[in-house]
Design a protein around this ligand. Structure first.
Ligand SMILES: Nc1ncnc2c1ncn2[C@@H]1O[C@H](COP(=O)(O)OP(=O)(O)OP(=O)(O)O)[C@@H](O)[C@H]1O
Length: 260
């Protein structure tokens, strides 16, 4: 299912934050959403998730996203927020099982089909071994993977993940990106915000770069993750090399040479 955003404007507390942003995510694609702190990545995702008001067009396939009832939206689009709050002392397996709520109704038992989807989500995020631990008693990175597994268990055609790799160790950053790529390989449309430039370059089919609430660059990583764009958008000088897996980008300094 195709996600298409056109001309999106968002104001928060009376302050314009997004200005005419447009992007598409096709089924089968991982699209990276990049940009400096405050660029508007989370705001865009929260608008897509229906958490804040926006003007412009947001379409999921033929549907107007803003007009979809929340229950229908939850079967089409899963949203993994940046904040990682686990409010209840639930076992990890049960917490990830909550991802099935849009499909089974509150209080209903997991059917075998639901249990299979939950088991796969636990595996994809490498948290199956934690299934019987209370989620509130895990490390920060473990909790992040558990919450990602819950979003995956929603089993939606579109997944929006806000900085899912932040705070993960290097192996689990790769596990995360590989999981997203696998889900895209099954035909899902994935939008993921990232601060790690190399992860974005190697795992995203396309990247969309925001700056100050505006689209600054969009295209294949090789085409747009250039030294010029990184300087203009992030204010960093980057060492850029490549191998058979794609670009390797290491920010090595600030373009103005001074302190941030
Ligand atoms: N409730 C709010 N009221 C007013 N402005 C807000 C509010 N929430 C966020 N903003 C502003 O909106 C802008 C975009 O914030 P947003 O969280 O979308 O950025 P981001 O690109 O996700 O940044 P980060 O990389 O730090 O997560 C920022 O300038 C922020 O200060």
């Amino acid at each position: 299912m195709r996600l298409a955003v056109e001309n999106l404007d968002v104001s928060l507390s009376g302050r314009p934050v997004l200005h005419g942003v447009g992007l598409t995510v096709e089924p089968g694609e991982v699209v990276g959403l990049l940009g400096p702190n405050g660029a508007g990545k989370s705001t865009l995702m929260r608008a897509l998730a229906g958490q804040i008001a926006a003007s412009g067009t947001m379409r999921l396939g033929a549907d107007d996203l803003a007009a979809l009832p929340s229950a229908a939206r939850a079967r089409l689009l899963a949203y993994l927020p940046q904040s990682r709050i686990i409010g209840w002392r639930l076992m990890v397996g049960d917490l990830v099982g909550l991802g099935r709520l849009p499909w089974r109704g509150f209080g209903a038992r997991l059917r075998p089909h639901d249990a299979e989807i939950v088991a796969r989500a636990l595996d994809l995020m490498d948290v199956a071994h934690l299934a019987h631990r209370p989620a509130t008693e895990l490390s920060g990175g473990e909790q992040a993977r558990v919450l990602a597994a819950r979003a995956v268990a929603q089993d939606t055609p579109v997944l929006i993940a806000d900085e899912p790799a932040s705070g993960l160790d290097p192996a689990h950053q790769i596990t995360m990106m590989r999981a997203l790529a696998r889900l895209a390989g099954e035909g899902r449309a994935i939008l993921v915000s990232l601060h790690d430039l190399t992860l974005a370059a190697r795992w995203c089919d396309r990247v969309v770069m925001l700056k100050d609430g505006r689209l600054a660059a969009e295209g294949a990583p090789e085409a747009v993750m250039t030294a010029e764009n990184l300087a203009a958008i992030y204010g960093v000088a980057a060492h850029i090399t490549r191998d058979e897996g794609g670009l390797i980008l290491a920010p090595i300094g600030l373009t103005d040479g001074g302190a941030p």
